[in-house]
Design a protein. Sequence first.
Length: 123
Amino acid sequence: MARMPECPDCGARIEFARVILNKPFPCPSCDRELIVAEPYITRLRRFCRIVAMMVVLFVLYKFWISGPITAGGLGLVLLVAILTGSVALVVVAMFGGIFAKRIFLPQLEDYEESKTKPRYSAL
């Protein structure tokens, strides 16, 4: 059987479709409010940005080698980079969360405890 995230309080398995990455959601077994841990969200955002940047670099490379770029063509290259980056980031963000939940299990926390937990950042 596939690995699935578990409630930290009751240990019940939670289906991937029920795990909401950006806001609290109830455990189907004990109705406690759960939330995905902040380090998981940070890593997911970083992963999406890296994949989108790789797509932009690939498209720009293909666009660049397809023909000679003159001084007037650099504006077109910049436009292609901005449009490709925007579209790639949206698409990767939409599908990245769906696939990342299945590949890397989300770390779930109790929402009430996570609100009171102090958040320190390393200097």
